[in-house]
Design a protein around this ligand. Sequence first.
Ligand SMILES: [Fe+2]
Ligand SMILES: [Fe+2]
Length: 174
Amino acid sequence: MTVKTWRCLICGDPYVGEGKPTHCPFCGAAEEHIVPAKEYKEPVVGELSDISKQNILDAIKLEVSNSQFYFCASRAAADIELKSRFKALGKVEAEHASLLSKMIGAQKPLIDINSDECPGEDNALVKESQIRESGAVEHYQQFLEQATEPRVRQIFKTLVEIETTHIELAESKE
Ligand SMILES: [Fe+2]
Ligand SMILES: [Fe+2]
């Protein structure tokens, strides 16, 4: 196999590798959302309804908060696998905040990676991760139902898929 450039239809980030990754290394979207870079087309967002704008703003807040929680959790966790997992999730959620901001033409939000708002014990961290991911899925399902714009629907539908994999990840370690 030869090395090729790929691009994610959800976050737009490029990836270089011998094959398509199973998930976007940046936003976590599954491989069906990844295309050869030469086939990539800039997504058309179009005019947004007031409700979608508000929902995107709420989603950005949620992603910033979850990202900061995960960076805190990666420092607080004792288990080495949990530390790595939380750091990876902190980056993924920061990417979500950033791709959502792009949709409304806003600046990339600042993520405080030194936030200390998380419990100090592994089981409590896993529990909070589950609660946060379930909350995200619930909100995004609602935002998806309220959206009529194709790009907004595509984003919220994919975020529901991604955050659902995060719940599964948390459940595998109970
Ligand atoms: Fe992506
Ligand atoms: Fe997220």
